[in-house]
Design a protein around this ligand. Structure first.
Ligand SMILES: C[S@@+](CC[C@H](N)C(=O)[O-])C[C@H]1O[C@@H](n2cnc3c(N)ncnc32)[C@H](O)[C@@H]1O
Length: 251
């Protein structure tokens, strides 16, 4: 769930790899995830206290209700959503995990080999998806949109590849309920980077995580971004005091 701040990934004119709107430069994101790939799963599950399993289960439940025949899990990383989809959906459903970071895909493929799960992992950039127009029933993406170089372009790409009536399911950090916000940001900005340094030997990725979450739109604003990208029937499901939200949007 982490991401890149990191002076060493900075691009000219941006701050720590970020442009004015705090959308990170794609190559900086790719390089950062290539570095964290070996410890990504352990760090995530520990630092989230395991609640990420629950969030992914909620996501797959919503996808199952949509009864898709083809699903592409974008920014799949080490594949946890893709594997959860495989468990939740009928075997006849075609599931592909896609990411632009090879080391993250290596980790997904290693897990797939071990589990013998029937799904495929492919390289693909969410800014220019290697998929035909109107070709999939559902796209999912967990903790990926926040790292997009251009969020509007990413949402439009999702809509382009969806069949009419198809749906995008986006699990992402959100803005927590008002009273909880100060407590949450103390954890995120103060404690989490310290734990991250202890677990992964580095805290920079988790320093970035806090900044990028703080900048991310609240659920109603993100709903409007989906509408501006051409989606309809946009709903937000806020979970765990609003720490994350699942947005569902229909083409
Ligand atoms: C925080 S991880 C999330 C991984 C996984 N979805 C999960 O829930 O654990 C973010 C992933 O998004 C990928 N990513 C970010 N921007 C991307 C883009 N434009 N195209 C494809 N993958 C991207 C990164 O390589 C990384 O694997």
């Amino acid at each position: 769930m982490g991401g890149a701040k990191l002076e060493k990934y900075a691009r000219p004119g941006g701050v720590g790899g970020f442009g004015v709107a705090l959308m990170p430069e794609g190559n900086a994101v790719k390089a950062m995830f290539a570095e964290v790939a070996p410890r990504y799963d352990v760090a995530n599950h520990l630092l989230s206290g395991g609640v990420d399993f629950y969030w992914r289960r909620k996501l797959t439940g919503l996808v199952r209700a949509h009864q898709p025949q083809t699903v592409v899990d974008l920014a799949t990383g080490s594949g946890d959503v893709a594997f959860a989809l495989r468990r939740a959906l009928p075997q006849s459903t075609d599931i592909t995990g896609m990411d632009f970071c090879e080391p993250m895909l290596d980790s997904a493929r290693a897990k797939q080999e071990k589990a013998g799960a029937a799904l495929t992992f492919e390289v693909g950039d969410c800014m220019t998806l290697p998929l035909e127009d109107n070709s999939v029933d559902a796209v999912t993406i967990a903790f990926g949109v926040r790292n997009f170089e251009d969020r509007d372009r990413g949402l439009r790409e999702m809509r382009r590849v969806l069949r009419p009536g198809g749906a995008a399911f986006v699990l992402e950090f959100s803005q927590p309920f008002g009273w909880f916000r100060p407590i949450y940001y103390v954890y995120l900005k103060g404690l989490l980077p310290l734990f991250a340094r202890w677990i992964c030997g580095r805290r920079d990725a988790y320093d970035y995580l806090a900044g990028s979450i703080e900048e991310f739109p609240a659920a109603p604003d993100f709903c409007r971004e989906f509408e501006q990208a051409g989606f309809s029937k946009v709903n937000a499901f806020r979970l765990t005091l609003g720490i994350v939200a699942i947005h569902r949007a229909v083409k």
